[in-house]
Design a protein around this ligand. Structure first.
Ligand SMILES: C[S@@+](CC[C@H](N)C(=O)[O-])C[C@H]1O[C@@H](n2cnc3c(N)ncnc32)[C@H](O)[C@@H]1O
Length: 514
Protein backbone atom coordinates (compact mmCIF):
# COMPACT_ATOMS: atom_id res chain seq x y z
CA UNK A 1 0.00 0.00 0.00
CA UNK A 2 1.32 3.48 -0.84
CA UNK A 3 -0.04 6.76 0.39
CA UNK A 4 0.16 10.13 -1.38
CA UNK A 5 -0.64 13.72 -0.33
CA UNK A 6 -1.83 16.32 -2.76
CA UNK A 7 -0.01 19.62 -2.62
CA UNK A 8 -1.85 22.62 -1.08
CA UNK A 9 -4.83 20.65 0.13
CA UNK A 10 -5.70 18.21 2.83
CA UNK A 11 -6.60 15.39 0.52
CA UNK A 12 -4.79 12.11 0.93
CA UNK A 13 -4.39 9.37 -1.59
CA UNK A 14 -4.20 5.72 -0.71
CA UNK A 15 -2.55 3.67 -3.40
CA UNK A 16 -3.37 -0.01 -3.09
CA UNK A 17 -1.16 -2.49 -4.84
CA UNK A 18 -3.55 -4.51 -6.98
CA UNK A 19 -3.05 -7.32 -9.48
CA UNK A 20 -3.06 -6.15 -13.07
CA UNK A 21 -6.29 -8.03 -13.67
CA UNK A 22 -8.12 -6.02 -11.00
CA UNK A 23 -10.66 -3.55 -12.49
CA UNK A 24 -9.26 -0.87 -10.14
CA UNK A 25 -5.67 -1.47 -11.28
CA UNK A 26 -3.78 1.79 -11.70
CA UNK A 27 -6.57 3.95 -10.20
CA UNK A 28 -6.13 6.24 -7.23
CA UNK A 29 -8.55 6.34 -4.31
CA UNK A 30 -8.59 9.70 -2.53
CA UNK A 31 -9.59 10.53 1.02
CA UNK A 32 -9.36 13.33 3.62
CA UNK A 33 -7.53 12.97 6.98
CA UNK A 34 -10.86 12.17 8.66
CA UNK A 35 -11.53 9.50 6.09
CA UNK A 36 -8.02 8.18 6.65
CA UNK A 37 -8.80 7.92 10.37
CA UNK A 38 -12.04 6.11 9.62
CA UNK A 39 -10.12 3.83 7.29
CA UNK A 40 -7.66 3.14 10.11
CA UNK A 41 -10.60 2.35 12.42
CA UNK A 42 -11.80 -0.26 9.95
CA UNK A 43 -8.29 -1.71 9.64
CA UNK A 44 -7.97 -1.90 13.43
CA UNK A 45 -11.35 -3.60 13.65
CA UNK A 46 -10.15 -6.30 11.25
CA UNK A 47 -6.69 -6.53 12.82
CA UNK A 48 -8.27 -7.19 16.23
CA UNK A 49 -10.02 -10.23 14.80
CA UNK A 50 -6.85 -11.48 13.09
CA UNK A 51 -4.97 -11.17 16.39
CA UNK A 52 -7.57 -12.84 18.59
CA UNK A 53 -6.36 -15.75 20.64
CA UNK A 54 -8.59 -18.74 21.33
CA UNK A 55 -10.21 -17.31 24.46
CA UNK A 56 -10.85 -13.95 22.82
CA UNK A 57 -12.30 -15.59 19.74
CA UNK A 58 -14.60 -17.68 21.90
CA UNK A 59 -15.79 -14.85 24.14
CA UNK A 60 -15.39 -11.97 21.69
CA UNK A 61 -19.14 -11.61 21.12
CA UNK A 62 -20.15 -9.84 17.93
CA UNK A 63 -16.69 -9.87 16.40
CA UNK A 64 -17.81 -8.57 13.04
CA UNK A 65 -18.93 -5.27 14.56
CA UNK A 66 -16.28 -5.14 17.25
CA UNK A 67 -16.02 -1.42 18.13
CA UNK A 68 -13.79 -1.57 21.20
CA UNK A 69 -10.59 -3.27 22.18
CA UNK A 70 -11.13 -6.63 23.81
CA UNK A 71 -7.85 -6.80 25.74
CA UNK A 72 -4.74 -4.61 25.93
CA UNK A 73 -2.66 -7.41 24.38
CA UNK A 74 -5.05 -7.82 21.47
CA UNK A 75 -5.21 -4.07 20.87
CA UNK A 76 -1.41 -3.72 20.92
CA UNK A 77 -1.00 -6.70 18.59
CA UNK A 78 -3.67 -5.35 16.23
CA UNK A 79 -2.06 -1.91 16.02
CA UNK A 80 1.36 -3.46 15.56
CA UNK A 81 0.30 -5.71 12.74
CA UNK A 82 -0.92 -2.65 10.82
CA UNK A 83 2.23 -0.71 11.65
CA UNK A 84 4.30 -3.60 10.36
CA UNK A 85 2.42 -3.62 7.04
CA UNK A 86 2.88 0.13 6.66
CA UNK A 87 6.59 -0.11 7.56
CA UNK A 88 7.08 -2.85 5.01
CA UNK A 89 5.00 -1.21 2.30
CA UNK A 90 6.92 0.11 -0.67
CA UNK A 91 8.03 3.76 -0.39
CA UNK A 92 6.98 4.61 -3.93
CA UNK A 93 9.03 7.10 -5.87
CA UNK A 94 6.00 7.63 -8.04
CA UNK A 95 4.00 9.19 -5.22
CA UNK A 96 5.11 11.70 -2.59
CA UNK A 97 3.76 9.36 0.02
CA UNK A 98 6.28 9.64 2.85
CA UNK A 99 4.38 12.33 4.79
CA UNK A 100 1.15 10.41 4.68
CA UNK A 101 2.77 7.12 5.52
CA UNK A 102 4.34 8.95 8.44
CA UNK A 103 0.93 10.36 9.45
CA UNK A 104 -0.51 6.87 9.55
CA UNK A 105 2.46 5.61 11.57
CA UNK A 106 2.14 8.53 13.99
CA UNK A 107 -1.56 7.93 14.44
CA UNK A 108 -0.94 4.25 15.20
CA UNK A 109 1.87 5.02 17.66
CA UNK A 110 -0.47 7.55 19.28
CA UNK A 111 -3.16 4.88 19.64
CA UNK A 112 -0.56 2.47 21.08
CA UNK A 113 0.37 5.15 23.66
CA UNK A 114 -3.28 5.54 24.60
CA UNK A 115 -3.59 1.79 25.24
CA UNK A 116 -0.50 2.07 27.47
CA UNK A 117 -1.91 5.05 29.38
CA UNK A 118 -5.25 3.34 29.90
CA UNK A 119 -3.93 0.06 31.26
CA UNK A 120 -0.41 0.71 32.53
CA UNK A 121 0.57 -0.35 36.03
CA UNK A 122 2.32 2.02 38.35
CA UNK A 123 5.61 0.85 39.77
CA UNK A 124 7.01 1.95 43.08
CA UNK A 125 10.74 1.41 43.32
CA UNK A 126 11.88 0.22 46.71
CA UNK A 127 14.95 2.38 47.26
CA UNK A 128 16.45 0.87 50.38
CA UNK A 129 17.18 -2.64 49.13
CA UNK A 130 20.63 -3.35 47.75
CA UNK A 131 20.82 -4.51 44.15
CA UNK A 132 24.56 -5.23 44.17
CA UNK A 133 24.25 -8.85 43.01
CA UNK A 134 21.88 -7.85 40.23
CA UNK A 135 24.18 -5.04 39.09
CA UNK A 136 27.06 -7.55 39.16
CA UNK A 137 25.10 -9.84 36.87
CA UNK A 138 24.28 -6.93 34.58
CA UNK A 139 27.97 -6.01 34.32
CA UNK A 140 28.85 -9.67 33.63
CA UNK A 141 26.16 -9.69 30.93
CA UNK A 142 27.50 -6.52 29.29
CA UNK A 143 31.02 -8.00 29.35
CA UNK A 144 29.58 -11.02 27.55
CA UNK A 145 27.77 -9.09 24.85
CA UNK A 146 24.42 -8.18 26.47
CA UNK A 147 23.08 -4.81 25.30
CA UNK A 148 20.64 -3.21 27.70
CA UNK A 149 18.62 -0.04 28.03
CA UNK A 150 17.23 -1.37 31.29
CA UNK A 151 18.45 -1.20 34.87
CA UNK A 152 17.47 -3.48 37.74
CA UNK A 153 15.73 -2.33 40.91
CA UNK A 154 13.48 -3.73 43.62
CA UNK A 155 9.86 -2.88 42.92
CA UNK A 156 6.95 -2.98 45.32
CA UNK A 157 5.12 -6.30 45.35
CA UNK A 158 7.19 -8.08 42.69
CA UNK A 159 10.80 -8.50 43.84
CA UNK A 160 13.23 -7.25 41.22
CA UNK A 161 12.07 -5.52 38.05
CA UNK A 162 13.63 -3.95 34.93
CA UNK A 163 13.53 -0.16 34.75
CA UNK A 164 14.03 1.89 31.58
CA UNK A 165 17.28 3.89 31.77
CA UNK A 166 16.06 6.32 29.08
CA UNK A 167 12.88 7.11 27.18
CA UNK A 168 12.24 4.13 24.91
CA UNK A 169 9.93 4.28 21.93
CA UNK A 170 8.03 1.66 19.95
CA UNK A 171 10.47 -0.55 18.06
CA UNK A 172 13.48 0.23 20.29
CA UNK A 173 15.35 -2.85 21.48
CA UNK A 174 15.21 -2.69 25.28
CA UNK A 175 17.45 -5.71 25.73
CA UNK A 176 19.56 -7.96 23.54
CA UNK A 177 20.98 -11.23 24.85
CA UNK A 178 23.58 -13.19 22.87
CA UNK A 179 22.93 -16.92 22.57
CA UNK A 180 26.19 -17.59 24.43
CA UNK A 181 24.65 -16.41 27.73
CA UNK A 182 21.38 -18.29 27.36
CA UNK A 183 20.94 -21.45 29.45
CA UNK A 184 19.51 -24.14 27.19
CA UNK A 185 19.85 -27.84 26.39
CA UNK A 186 23.24 -27.20 24.69
CA UNK A 187 24.81 -27.08 28.15
CA UNK A 188 23.61 -30.59 28.90
CA UNK A 189 25.87 -32.09 26.25
CA UNK A 190 28.94 -30.69 28.02
CA UNK A 191 27.81 -32.03 31.38
CA UNK A 192 28.82 -35.32 33.07
CA UNK A 193 25.10 -36.02 33.51
CA UNK A 194 24.46 -36.41 29.83
CA UNK A 195 25.77 -39.99 29.50
CA UNK A 196 23.33 -40.99 32.28
CA UNK A 197 20.40 -39.05 30.84
CA UNK A 198 20.98 -40.70 27.47
CA UNK A 199 20.12 -44.07 29.00
CA UNK A 200 16.80 -42.90 30.46
CA UNK A 201 13.93 -43.66 28.18
CA UNK A 202 11.71 -40.73 27.33
CA UNK A 203 13.35 -38.18 29.68
CA UNK A 204 12.41 -34.71 28.51
CA UNK A 205 14.79 -31.85 27.82
CA UNK A 206 13.01 -29.85 30.56
CA UNK A 207 13.54 -32.58 33.19
CA UNK A 208 17.22 -32.89 32.26
CA UNK A 209 17.71 -29.15 32.55
CA UNK A 210 15.86 -29.07 35.83
CA UNK A 211 18.11 -31.79 37.25
CA UNK A 212 21.18 -30.04 35.82
CA UNK A 213 20.25 -26.73 37.48
CA UNK A 214 19.89 -28.40 40.90
CA UNK A 215 23.62 -29.11 40.84
CA UNK A 216 24.87 -26.17 38.78
CA UNK A 217 23.39 -23.80 41.38
CA UNK A 218 26.11 -25.00 43.78
CA UNK A 219 28.96 -25.12 41.26
CA UNK A 220 31.45 -22.42 42.28
CA UNK A 221 33.12 -22.57 38.88
CA UNK A 222 29.92 -22.34 36.88
CA UNK A 223 29.90 -19.88 34.01
CA UNK A 224 26.47 -18.91 35.34
CA UNK A 225 27.49 -18.53 38.98
CA UNK A 226 26.51 -14.84 39.11
CA UNK A 227 23.15 -15.73 37.61
CA UNK A 228 22.47 -18.48 40.15
CA UNK A 229 23.61 -16.13 42.95
CA UNK A 230 20.87 -13.64 42.05
CA UNK A 231 18.10 -16.24 42.20
CA UNK A 232 15.85 -16.14 45.25
CA UNK A 233 16.20 -18.83 47.93
CA UNK A 234 12.42 -19.26 47.79
CA UNK A 235 10.13 -18.60 44.86
CA UNK A 236 6.81 -18.64 46.74
CA UNK A 237 4.67 -19.98 43.92
CA UNK A 238 1.56 -22.10 44.35
CA UNK A 239 3.79 -25.18 44.30
CA UNK A 240 5.11 -24.36 47.77
CA UNK A 241 1.73 -23.55 49.26
CA UNK A 242 1.46 -25.03 52.74
CA UNK A 243 -1.51 -27.04 53.92
CA UNK A 244 -3.34 -23.96 55.32
CA UNK A 245 -3.10 -22.13 51.98
CA UNK A 246 -4.24 -25.23 50.09
CA UNK A 247 -7.18 -25.50 52.49
CA UNK A 248 -7.97 -21.81 51.86
CA UNK A 249 -8.34 -22.66 48.20
CA UNK A 250 -11.15 -25.07 48.97
CA UNK A 251 -14.14 -24.11 46.85
CA UNK A 252 -11.98 -22.67 44.07
CA UNK A 253 -10.89 -24.41 40.91
CA UNK A 254 -7.32 -23.40 41.68
CA UNK A 255 -7.18 -26.10 44.34
CA UNK A 256 -7.16 -28.75 41.64
CA UNK A 257 -4.45 -26.94 39.64
CA UNK A 258 -2.14 -26.63 42.66
CA UNK A 259 -2.69 -30.20 43.81
CA UNK A 260 -2.03 -31.54 40.31
CA UNK A 261 1.15 -29.48 39.94
CA UNK A 262 2.38 -30.78 43.30
CA UNK A 263 2.46 -34.35 42.04
CA UNK A 264 6.18 -34.44 41.47
CA UNK A 265 8.32 -36.76 39.51
CA UNK A 266 9.77 -39.81 41.26
CA UNK A 267 12.86 -39.71 39.11
CA UNK A 268 15.63 -37.97 41.01
CA UNK A 269 15.87 -40.10 44.19
CA UNK A 270 16.57 -43.14 42.00
CA UNK A 271 19.21 -41.19 40.06
CA UNK A 272 20.94 -40.20 43.28
CA UNK A 273 20.83 -43.75 44.62
CA UNK A 274 22.43 -45.15 41.46
CA UNK A 275 24.92 -42.35 40.64
CA UNK A 276 25.75 -40.55 43.89
CA UNK A 277 28.90 -38.99 42.38
CA UNK A 278 27.04 -37.26 39.60
CA UNK A 279 23.82 -36.58 41.55
CA UNK A 280 25.01 -36.04 45.16
CA UNK A 281 22.14 -36.97 47.50
CA UNK A 282 22.65 -33.83 49.62
CA UNK A 283 21.85 -31.68 46.55
CA UNK A 284 19.04 -33.87 45.25
CA UNK A 285 16.51 -33.40 48.03
CA UNK A 286 12.76 -32.78 47.68
CA UNK A 287 13.26 -29.18 48.78
CA UNK A 288 15.89 -28.60 46.08
CA UNK A 289 13.73 -30.33 43.52
CA UNK A 290 10.83 -28.06 44.42
CA UNK A 291 13.17 -25.02 44.16
CA UNK A 292 14.26 -26.10 40.67
CA UNK A 293 10.65 -26.76 39.59
CA UNK A 294 9.66 -23.29 40.75
CA UNK A 295 12.73 -21.76 39.07
CA UNK A 296 11.88 -23.30 35.71
CA UNK A 297 8.13 -22.70 35.95
CA UNK A 298 8.49 -19.06 36.92
CA UNK A 299 11.61 -18.04 34.96
CA UNK A 300 11.88 -20.13 31.81
CA UNK A 301 11.20 -18.75 28.34
CA UNK A 302 10.51 -20.71 25.18
CA UNK A 303 12.79 -19.60 22.38
CA UNK A 304 13.02 -20.63 18.73
CA UNK A 305 16.69 -20.97 17.77
CA UNK A 306 18.21 -20.41 14.34
CA UNK A 307 17.96 -24.16 13.61
CA UNK A 308 14.18 -23.81 13.96
CA UNK A 309 14.02 -25.75 17.23
CA UNK A 310 11.95 -24.50 20.15
CA UNK A 311 13.96 -24.73 23.36
CA UNK A 312 13.08 -24.04 26.98
CA UNK A 313 15.67 -21.60 28.35
CA UNK A 314 16.71 -19.56 31.35
CA UNK A 315 17.84 -16.13 30.25
CA UNK A 316 20.04 -14.15 32.62
CA UNK A 317 19.08 -10.44 32.93
CA UNK A 318 15.87 -10.97 30.88
CA UNK A 319 14.73 -13.01 33.88
CA UNK A 320 14.27 -9.75 35.81
CA UNK A 321 11.39 -8.65 33.58
CA UNK A 322 8.02 -8.83 35.32
CA UNK A 323 4.69 -9.61 33.67
CA UNK A 324 1.79 -7.31 32.89
CA UNK A 325 -1.50 -7.72 31.04
CA UNK A 326 -0.50 -4.52 29.22
CA UNK A 327 3.14 -5.35 28.47
CA UNK A 328 5.82 -3.27 26.76
CA UNK A 329 7.41 -6.34 25.20
CA UNK A 330 5.25 -8.93 23.46
CA UNK A 331 7.35 -10.45 20.67
CA UNK A 332 10.64 -11.89 21.84
CA UNK A 333 10.65 -15.60 21.24
CA UNK A 334 12.96 -16.00 18.21
CA UNK A 335 16.73 -15.80 17.90
CA UNK A 336 17.81 -13.21 15.35
CA UNK A 337 20.00 -15.30 13.02
CA UNK A 338 22.03 -12.32 11.81
CA UNK A 339 23.16 -11.26 15.30
CA UNK A 340 22.76 -14.70 16.95
CA UNK A 341 20.99 -12.97 19.80
CA UNK A 342 17.56 -12.70 21.39
CA UNK A 343 16.07 -9.24 21.06
CA UNK A 344 13.36 -7.69 23.23
CA UNK A 345 11.76 -4.94 21.12
CA UNK A 346 9.23 -2.52 22.56
CA UNK A 347 5.62 -2.82 21.45
CA UNK A 348 4.74 0.30 23.39
CA UNK A 349 6.78 3.24 24.67
CA UNK A 350 8.41 3.10 28.09
CA UNK A 351 9.50 6.31 29.77
CA UNK A 352 12.80 6.67 31.62
CA UNK A 353 12.36 5.35 35.18
CA UNK A 354 9.24 3.37 34.28
CA UNK A 355 9.16 -0.40 34.83
CA UNK A 356 9.40 -2.28 31.55
CA UNK A 357 6.97 -5.22 31.48
CA UNK A 358 6.97 -8.40 29.47
CA UNK A 359 4.07 -10.60 28.44
CA UNK A 360 4.60 -14.08 29.92
CA UNK A 361 1.58 -15.29 27.98
CA UNK A 362 -2.19 -15.17 28.19
CA UNK A 363 -2.62 -16.82 31.55
CA UNK A 364 -5.58 -17.10 33.85
CA UNK A 365 -5.01 -15.81 37.39
CA UNK A 366 -5.05 -19.38 38.72
CA UNK A 367 -2.19 -20.32 36.36
CA UNK A 368 -0.23 -17.19 37.31
CA UNK A 369 -0.68 -17.99 40.99
CA UNK A 370 0.24 -21.68 40.70
CA UNK A 371 3.32 -21.31 38.53
CA UNK A 372 4.47 -17.71 39.12
CA UNK A 373 3.16 -16.94 42.61
CA UNK A 374 1.35 -13.69 41.85
CA UNK A 375 -2.03 -12.41 40.71
CA UNK A 376 -1.99 -10.09 37.69
CA UNK A 377 -3.18 -6.56 38.49
CA UNK A 378 -6.39 -5.24 36.98
CA UNK A 379 -9.06 -7.26 35.22
CA UNK A 380 -7.40 -10.30 33.71
CA UNK A 381 -9.16 -11.00 30.38
CA UNK A 382 -7.92 -14.60 30.49
CA UNK A 383 -9.70 -15.60 33.68
CA UNK A 384 -11.83 -18.51 32.62
CA UNK A 385 -14.16 -20.49 34.86
CA UNK A 386 -14.82 -23.84 33.17
CA UNK A 387 -18.27 -25.31 33.73
CA UNK A 388 -19.52 -28.85 33.22
CA UNK A 389 -22.98 -28.54 31.80
CA UNK A 390 -25.11 -31.59 31.08
CA UNK A 391 -27.12 -30.73 28.02
CA UNK A 392 -30.22 -32.88 27.88
CA UNK A 393 -30.64 -34.08 24.30
CA UNK A 394 -33.94 -33.00 22.84
CA UNK A 395 -35.46 -36.22 21.52
CA UNK A 396 -37.23 -34.31 18.84
CA UNK A 397 -34.26 -32.21 17.82
CA UNK A 398 -33.61 -31.45 14.18
CA UNK A 399 -36.37 -30.15 11.97
CA UNK A 400 -38.67 -29.41 14.87
CA UNK A 401 -36.18 -26.75 16.10
CA UNK A 402 -37.09 -24.59 13.16
CA UNK A 403 -40.65 -24.36 14.38
CA UNK A 404 -39.71 -23.56 18.01
CA UNK A 405 -41.93 -20.69 19.07
CA UNK A 406 -40.60 -17.30 20.23
CA UNK A 407 -42.24 -17.79 23.60
CA UNK A 408 -40.57 -21.18 24.04
CA UNK A 409 -37.20 -19.74 23.03
CA UNK A 410 -37.52 -16.95 25.55
CA UNK A 411 -38.54 -19.43 28.23
CA UNK A 412 -35.62 -21.72 27.39
CA UNK A 413 -33.16 -18.79 27.58
CA UNK A 414 -34.59 -17.78 30.95
CA UNK A 415 -34.21 -21.38 32.19
CA UNK A 416 -30.59 -21.49 31.00
CA UNK A 417 -29.76 -18.23 32.74
CA UNK A 418 -31.50 -19.39 35.94
CA UNK A 419 -29.52 -22.66 35.84
CA UNK A 420 -26.28 -20.70 35.35
CA UNK A 421 -27.23 -18.38 38.20
CA UNK A 422 -27.86 -21.38 40.45
CA UNK A 423 -24.47 -22.90 39.51
CA UNK A 424 -22.59 -19.67 40.21
CA UNK A 425 -24.56 -19.01 43.41
CA UNK A 426 -23.37 -22.46 44.55
CA UNK A 427 -19.78 -21.48 43.74
CA UNK A 428 -20.20 -18.20 45.61
CA UNK A 429 -21.53 -20.02 48.65
CA UNK A 430 -18.60 -22.46 48.53
CA UNK A 431 -16.22 -19.49 48.57
CA UNK A 432 -17.83 -18.21 51.79
CA UNK A 433 -17.35 -14.72 53.22
CA UNK A 434 -14.02 -13.02 53.68
CA UNK A 435 -12.80 -12.44 57.18
CA UNK A 436 -10.40 -9.44 57.02
CA UNK A 437 -8.80 -10.55 60.31
CA UNK A 438 -7.68 -13.85 58.73
CA UNK A 439 -5.80 -11.87 56.12
CA UNK A 440 -3.86 -9.71 58.54
CA UNK A 441 -2.47 -12.64 60.48
CA UNK A 442 -1.90 -14.86 57.48
CA UNK A 443 1.37 -16.18 56.05
CA UNK A 444 2.41 -15.25 52.45
CA UNK A 445 0.75 -18.30 50.89
CA UNK A 446 -2.54 -17.99 52.79
CA UNK A 447 -2.59 -14.27 51.88
CA UNK A 448 -2.23 -15.18 48.18
CA UNK A 449 -4.94 -17.84 48.49
CA UNK A 450 -7.26 -15.27 50.14
CA UNK A 451 -6.49 -12.77 47.39
CA UNK A 452 -7.31 -15.41 44.81
CA UNK A 453 -10.62 -16.25 46.53
CA UNK A 454 -11.47 -12.53 46.49
CA UNK A 455 -10.71 -12.26 42.79
CA UNK A 456 -12.95 -15.30 42.17
CA UNK A 457 -15.71 -13.67 44.25
CA UNK A 458 -15.45 -10.51 42.14
CA UNK A 459 -15.68 -12.49 38.89
CA UNK A 460 -18.58 -14.67 40.05
CA UNK A 461 -20.46 -11.69 41.47
CA UNK A 462 -20.15 -9.93 38.10
CA UNK A 463 -21.38 -13.08 36.32
CA UNK A 464 -24.37 -13.27 38.70
CA UNK A 465 -25.17 -9.61 38.03
CA UNK A 466 -25.08 -10.30 34.28
CA UNK A 467 -27.24 -13.43 34.63
CA UNK A 468 -29.81 -11.52 36.69
CA UNK A 469 -29.83 -8.60 34.27
CA UNK A 470 -30.22 -11.07 31.38
CA UNK A 471 -33.08 -12.84 33.16
CA UNK A 472 -34.87 -9.54 33.85
CA UNK A 473 -34.47 -8.50 30.23
CA UNK A 474 -35.80 -11.81 28.91
CA UNK A 475 -38.66 -11.84 31.42
CA UNK A 476 -39.67 -8.35 30.37
CA UNK A 477 -39.52 -9.47 26.70
CA UNK A 478 -41.64 -12.47 27.61
CA UNK A 479 -44.19 -10.27 29.41
CA UNK A 480 -44.31 -7.92 26.41
CA UNK A 481 -44.69 -10.88 24.08
CA UNK A 482 -47.45 -12.46 26.19
CA UNK A 483 -49.26 -9.11 26.39
CA UNK A 484 -49.03 -8.74 22.62
CA UNK A 485 -50.31 -12.25 22.17
CA UNK A 486 -53.23 -11.65 24.52
CA UNK A 487 -54.05 -8.44 22.70
CA UNK A 488 -54.03 -10.28 19.39
CA UNK A 489 -56.22 -13.04 20.76
CA UNK A 490 -58.60 -10.42 22.12
CA UNK A 491 -58.70 -8.59 18.78
CA UNK A 492 -59.28 -11.83 16.93
CA UNK A 493 -62.08 -12.76 19.28
CA UNK A 494 -63.66 -9.36 18.77
CA UNK A 495 -63.22 -9.68 15.02
CA UNK A 496 -64.76 -13.14 15.02
CA UNK A 497 -67.66 -11.96 17.14
CA UNK A 498 -68.14 -9.05 14.83
CA UNK A 499 -68.14 -11.30 11.74
CA UNK A 500 -70.18 -14.20 12.99
CA UNK A 501 -72.54 -12.32 15.17
CA UNK A 502 -73.94 -14.63 17.76
CA UNK A 503 -72.36 -17.73 16.20
CA UNK A 504 -70.04 -19.55 18.59
CA UNK A 505 -66.34 -18.72 18.25
CA UNK A 506 -64.37 -21.57 16.73
CA UNK A 507 -61.13 -22.27 18.57
CA UNK A 508 -57.96 -21.27 16.86
CA UNK A 509 -54.32 -22.06 17.46
CA UNK A 510 -52.41 -19.11 18.99
CA UNK A 511 -49.31 -20.54 17.30
CA UNK A 512 -50.79 -19.41 13.97
CA UNK A 513 -50.05 -15.88 15.03
CA UNK A 514 -46.32 -16.30 14.86
C1 LIG B 1 10.89 -14.05 35.65
S1 LIG B 1 10.76 -13.60 37.28
C2 LIG B 1 10.75 -11.87 37.21
C3 LIG B 1 11.75 -11.27 38.20
C4 LIG B 1 11.36 -11.39 39.62
N1 LIG B 1 10.53 -10.27 40.02
C5 LIG B 1 12.56 -11.52 40.51
O1 LIG B 1 12.73 -10.73 41.43
O2 LIG B 1 13.34 -12.45 40.28
C6 LIG B 1 9.09 -14.07 37.57
C7 LIG B 1 8.61 -13.79 38.98
O3 LIG B 1 8.46 -12.40 39.18
C8 LIG B 1 7.30 -12.12 39.96
N2 LIG B 1 6.39 -11.33 39.13
C9 LIG B 1 6.39 -11.21 37.80
N3 LIG B 1 5.44 -10.36 37.39
C10 LIG B 1 4.81 -9.93 38.49
C11 LIG B 1 3.73 -9.05 38.73
N4 LIG B 1 3.10 -8.42 37.74
N5 LIG B 1 3.33 -8.85 40.01
C12 LIG B 1 3.95 -9.48 41.04
N6 LIG B 1 4.99 -10.33 40.88
C13 LIG B 1 5.42 -10.56 39.62
C14 LIG B 1 6.72 -13.46 40.34
O4 LIG B 1 7.23 -13.81 41.59
C15 LIG B 1 7.25 -14.39 39.27
O5 LIG B 1 7.36 -15.70 39.71
Amino acid sequence: MDVDKHENDDELTLVLELPETDPLFGKKVSCTPDQLNDFLDVLVQRARIINFNEVELYFGGDIINLRDSISPRNELEALHSILEVIDKSRSGEKYTMKTIQQKLQEEIVDRIDKVGMKFSEETKIVGDVSCDKEKGLLDWGVDNGVKTKLDIAYVEGAGRGAIAKEDLKVGDIALEIPVSVIISEELLYESDMFSIFEKIDGISEETMLLLWSMKEKHNKKSKFKLYFDTLPERFNTGLSFGIDAVMSLDGTLLLEEVVQAKEYDELFPTLSDRNPDVFPPELYTWEQFLWACELWYSNCMKVIFSDGKLRTCLIPVAGFLNHSICPHIIHYGRIDATTNSLKFPLSRACRSGEQCFLSYGNFSSSHALTFYGFLPQGDNPYDVIPLDIDVAQDEDSGNSQISVKTQELLETDIDVLRDLSATFEGMMEALGDENPEDREKASWDVKLAIEFRNSQRRIISSILTSCNAGCELLESELRKYTAKLLLLIYLLLMWNNFNVGNKEFESFDAGDLQ
